[in-house]
Design a protein around this ligand. Structure first.
Ligand code: SF4
Length: 147
């Protein structure tokens, strides 16, 4: 049975997730997310980002820092973190929101362009006790229930 993580190790893993986001944004890959939020309308696009545990915990921390303990309901089927058509956690949005299928931003990254970063997120996921990506609302709901 794996040993529980110390708080310091857990915090270090979450810092690593944010570092992965910085590395991604520093890569010379042609993308232009202008925040039009087309890809955040899951029901319309038929696609929902999947998050590893590290991403979910970072996103949950951003949600909490806005004074929320739960995800708001989203009857429209859009991401519950979308408000007035803007992402409420944009700086700490998950990896998939930075790399997935937004046509207006240039389409998805080729896996080979970000394979190393995905691998690092998966390694962190395993160390946090995860077993792969979970759809965004369920992943963040889980993370909001953690301390
Ligand atoms: S977390 Fe933000 S960027 Fe990602 S789908 Fe939700 S609103 Fe859009």
């Amino acid at each position: 049975m794996p040993r529980p993580l110390t708080p310091d190790r857990r915090a270090a893993l979450l810092r690593d997730v944010e570092e992965i986001y910085k590395v991604l944004s520093a890569r010379p890959l042609e993308r232009d997310c202008t925040g039009i939020a087309e890809c955040c309308h899951f029901k319309l696009t038929g696609r929902t980002p999947f998050l590893t545990r590290g991403e979910a915990l970072v996103a949950a921390s951003a949600v909490r820092s806005r004074g929320r303990k739960k995800l708001p309901p989203s009857p429209s089927g859009a991401c519950p973190l979308l408000e007035n058509n803007r992402c409420t956690i944009y700086e700490r949005r998950p990896f998939g929101c930075r790399t997935h299928f937004c046509k207006a931003a240039g389409g998805p990254y080729a896996r080979g362009e970000v394979r190393d970063l995905i691998q690092q997120l998966e390694d962190i996921d395993r160390e946090l006790g995860g077993s792969g990506g979970v759809n965004l609302p369920a992943a963040i709901d889980w993370a909001l229930g953690q301390r």
